[in-house]
Design a protein around this ligand. Structure first.
Ligand code: C5P
Length: 217
């Protein structure tokens, strides 16, 4: 966008799951719908930001005015994010796989007579942490998400410190947020805890736009 409170600000957002292949036809993924990241992209572009959305595989339309880059793996998402730096704001909403298969089979794996199968996984890079700790191109504002089922505020505060980001949106998923609309979220930053009013992903997007405007104007 050209007009609006975020005009001239470049925002990079990750959204959705990643897909980590095991062989040409199989892989490891998760149930992230991408809806929260897409809602944030939609709101920020409406408020005038230049928004690049780096998306894992999801079944969602691209919000009007948003530049969307599709990726599958965490490593591809990491590379796509770094290719977008410098930016003013980074919001990591994607549910990035912590692990990928150490070896990806080049042919479809056949069923064997064994009753067990072992796969060795190796750690994926942490995109949020790498952006937060970038020596030359750290965005002015770096925001992450955290889903917790217990000790929401303790874990979110610890995550804020370990990842080096400026704020964490902590979601209480103990009541089952996946596929539901009841969603109790709190923003954690160096000033403390701010409960986010409202229940929906659009409410969280609205809150974040106001927060970003306050932090980078
Ligand atoms: O450590 P945890 O996965 O709970 O942290 C969640 C936050 O970190 C989210 O903002 C997510 O997008 C980000 N993340 C990431 N790269 C990873 C793992 C998580 O950017 N490999």
């Amino acid at each position: 966008g050209v007009d609006g409170p975020l005009a001239g600000k470049k925002v990079v957002i990750t959204a959705g799951p990643t897909f980590e292949p095991l062989d040409p036809v199989r892989g490891l993924t998760n149930r992230s719908s991408g809806r929260q990241g897409y809602a944030i992209a939609e709101k920020l572009v409406r408020d005038g930001a230049d928004v690049t959305l780096i998306s894992g595989p999801v079944a969602l339309p691209t919000p009007v005015g948003v530049t969307r880059l599709d990726v599958d793996t965490a490593q591809d998402m990491f590379d796509a994010v770094h290719a977008q730096l410098p930016c003013d704001v980074f919001v990591g909403v994607a549910a990035v796989a912590d692990w990928r298969a150490k070896d990806i089979a080049s042919e479809k794996q056949k069923k064997t007579t064994d009753n067990e199968l072992s796969i060795t996984f190796v750690k994926n890079p942490d995109i949020l942490e790498a952006v937060s700790k970038h020596l030359d191109l750290r965005p002015r504002l770096v925001i992450g998400f955290a889903a917790e089922t217990q000790k929401l505020e303790d874990y979110a505060k610890a995550k804020l410190a370990s990842k080096g980001c400026d704020a964490i949106v902590a979601n209480d998923v103990s009541t089952g947020v996946f596929g539901s609309n009841s969603n109790a979220a709190t923003l954690v930053d160096l000033d403390g805890f701010t409960p986010i009013a409202g229940q929906t992903k659009a409410d969280i997007a609205d809150f974040l736009s106001t927060y970003i405007q306050k932090r980078i104007s």
